[in-house]
Ligand binder design. Structure first.
Ligand code: BG6
Length: 494
C-alpha cells in the first residue's frame, strides 16, 4: 500500500462482479438514483469488471437490458439513463490473474479516489485485494466494500478479514449489510436516542419480550447454487437479524462516530448467551418450505426448485429464542425469525412492554376481558411499509369501563415529503463520503460468527432436520410453540 495523500480530483467506483445479479439489480439502479439526484460528483466513473470479453458498448447493452426494471418507474427517463451510461465503463479481466490488472491500471488515472466494490464470491476477496495492491491501485484513501456473506464460519471469516487487512486498513474497509442502510433501521436509533420517553422503559423489567421478524414471500428463486450451501442462518440471521438486534439492544453510544456506535453493537453481540445443545434443541426451530401458495399462486417446494440437490437439509426458515446477558436485558426473551415463502413480506421489530403491575379494570368492571390483557406494544415496521405504531388501551365509548386496544400510528412515508433513498444508494454515498458508521467492523462480524457457529454445529450434532412448512404459511408450528412456552405469540397481521 503506498501512502500517497494527493488531493483526489477523480472518483472511480470499480465493481467486481459488474455483470452479476447484485450489480444489475441493486448497485447500478442505486447509482443511477444517486446520479439522478446529483449525489455523484461530476467526475465519478463506474467501472464494471467482469469475465465476459465485452466492449464498453456491449456492457452498456447488457446493463440496458437488465437494470431499468429495477429502477422506480417514475424516476426513469431515457435521457437521464443515457447520461448515466456515459459514466459507465467496463474492463474485462480474470480477477485471479494478477497480470490482467494492467487493463484496469491503464484506465485509472492518478490521483483518484477509488472505491472497489467486491460483489463476487467471497472466496475471491483475498486474491482481488492482493492483485489490486500489486497493480499499484491501492493507496491510503482507497476504499474496499465487502459484500456478505463474509465467510461461512468463524475460521473462513477470519481468513478473509486477515487477507484483506494486508492491503487495506480497517478504516478503509466497508463491510456492507444493506439492512443498516434502510431508513427505518437508521430511524430506530433516532427513536431510541432522540426521544427521552422510551429510554427509561427500554429495559427489563419494563420490556417483556422482543420479536424481530424478517419474513419474505419470495422463494429461493435462481439462487439455490449459493443458498443451498448457506441456509437462512448464514444468509439472514448471522448478519441482518443480528444487526437489527444490536440496534434494538445497544447502550447509547457516546457519539455517532463509527467506532463509538460499533463498540456498543459489539458489546451486544458479545453478551449474547451462548447456546448449548440443550438450548439448541429447545430454543431453535429450522424449517424448509414445501409446495403451497404464495400470494394466491401455486409455488414449488424448496426441494423442487432449480439446482437444489436431492434430499437437501438446508433450512429456509429459522426461529430462535436468544438471551442477552447484561443488566438491561437479563430475563427478556428475544425472538428472531426469518424465512422464505412465508405468508407475506413483513419485516418488523416488536417491543412488547410488561403488563401493568395491577389493574383496577378487573373482569367485573369490563366486558372486554381479553382486551384488558393486551400489553402495550411498539411495532417498528421496516417492510413493506415503513411505520411505527404504539398499541395502547383506550376506553371504549359508552357506559361502563370497557377497554379496547388502539394504535397510535406514524407512517414514515407521509411524515416527510423528502425522497427516501434505497438502502444501497444511501450506503454507497456513505462509502464515497467515508462514513463508516453503518458498516460492520471486523470484530463485530467475528463476534456474530462466534455466537452463530455453535448453533450450526449443534444442528449437525443433533442430526437436526428442518421441519416442513407449506409455502405461504408462517413457518413450522414449532415456531409458534416456541413463543407459546413463554405465553407469547408472534405478531402476524393478515
Ligand atoms: C439478502 C439475502 O442479503 O437479503 C437474500 O441474501 C434476501 O436471501 C435479501 O432475500 C432480503 O433483502 P430485502 O432488502 O429484500 O429484505
Amino acid at each position: 500500500m503506498s501512502n500517497t495523500e494527493q488531493p483526489k480530483t477523480q472518483q472511480d467506483i470499480v465493481i467486481f462482479g459488474g455483470a452479476g445479479d447484485l450489480s444489475f439489480r441493486k448497485l447500478l439502479p442505486a447509482l443511477y438514483m444517486a446520479h439522478l439526484h446529483d449525489r455523484l460528483d461530476a467526475s465519478t466513473r463506474i467501472i464494471g469488471i467482469g469475465r465476459q470479453p465485452w466492449s464498453v458498448a456491449e456492457y452498456h447493452a447488457f446493463v440496458d437490458s437488465h437494470s431499468p426494471e429495477f429502477i422506480e418507474h417514475h424516476a426513469f427517463t431515457q435521457e437521464d439513463w443515457q447520461r448515466f451510461l456515459e459514466r459507465l465503463h467496463y474492463v474485462s479481466l480474470d480477477v485471479t490473474d494478477a497480470d490482467s490488472y494492467i487493463k484496469l491500471t491503464n484506465i485509472c488515472p492518478e490521483p483518484a479516489l477509488r472505491v472497489f466494490y467486491l460483489a463476487t464470491a467471497p472466496s475471491l476477496f483475498a486474491q482481488i485485494c492482493a492483485n489490486l495492491d500489486t497493480a499499484g491501485l491501492v493507496d491510503s484513501q482507497s476504499r474496499v466494500v465487502l459484500e456478505k456473506p463474509l465467510g461461512t464460519d468463524l475460521a473462513s471469516a477470519r481468513k478473509i478479514n486477515t487477507a484483506v487487512a494486508e492491503h487495506f486498513a480497517e478504516s478503509q474497509i466497508y463491510r456492507i449489510d444493506h439492512y443498516l442502510g434502510k431508513e427505518t433501521v437508521q430511524n430506530l436509533m433516532v427513536l431510541r436516542f432522540g426521544n427521552a420517553i422510551f429510554e427509561p422503559l427500554w429495559r427489563a423489567p419494563y420490556i417483556k419480550s422482543v420479536q424481530i421478524t424478517v419474513a419474505e414471500s419470495v422463494g429461493v428463486g435462481s439462487r439455490a447454487g449459493f443458498y443451498d450451501g448457506a441456509g437462512a442462518m448464514r444468509d439472514m440471521i448471522q448478519n441482518h437479524l443480528l444487526q437489527l438486534l444490536c440496534i434494538v439492544a445497544m447502550e447509547q453510544p457516546i457519539s455517532f462516530d463509527p467506532d463509538d456506535v460499533r463498540d456498543e453493537k459489539l458489546k451486544v453481540l458479545r453478551s449474547l448467551r451462548k447456546m448449548n445443545l440443550n438450548d439448541i434443541r429447545h430454543n431453535t426451530v429450522r424449517g424448509q418450505y414445501t409446495a403451497g401458495a404464495s400470494e394466491g399462486t401455486a409455488v414449488k417446494g424448496y426441494s423442487e426448485e432449480a439446482n437444489v440437490p436431492a434430499g437437501s437439509k438446508t433450512e429456509t426458515f429459522v426461529a430462535l429464542k436468544a438471551e442477552i446477558n447484561n443488566a438491561r436485558w437479563a430475563g427478556v426473551p428475544i425472538f428472531l425469525r426469518t424465512g422464505k415463502r412465508l405468508a407475506k413480506r413483513q419485516s418488523e421489530i416488536v417491543i412488547e412492554f410488561a403488563d401493568s403491575p395491577f389493574s383496577i379494570f378487573n373482569a367485573a368492571a369490563s366486558t372486554s376481558v381479553n382486551a384488558q390483557k393486551q400489553p402495550n406494544r411498539l411495532i417498528i415496521q421496516l417492510q413493506p411499509e415503513e411505520s411505527i405504531q404504539l398499541e395502547m388501551m383506550v376506553k371504549e365509548p359508552g357506559s361502563g369501563m370497557n377497554l379496547t386496544p388502539v394504535k397510535l400510528g406514524l407512517d414514515l412515508h407521509t411524515a416527510s415529503d423528502k425522497r427516501r433513498a434505497e438502502a444501497y444508494e444511501r450506503l454507497l454515498i456513505d462509502v464515497i463520503k467515508g462514513r463508516l458508521t453503518h458498516f460492520m467492523r471486523r470484530d463485530e462480524l467475528e463476534a456474530a460468527w462466534i455466537w452463530v457457529e455453535p448453533i450450526l454445529k449443534g444442528w449437525q450434532v443433533l442430526g437436526d432436520k428442518p421441519r416442513e412448512y407449506s409455502a405461504g404459511s408462517w413457518g413450522p408450528s414449532a415456531s409458534s410453540a416456541l413463543m407459546a412456552r413463554e405465553n407469547l405469540t408472534w405478531h402476524e397481521e393478515a
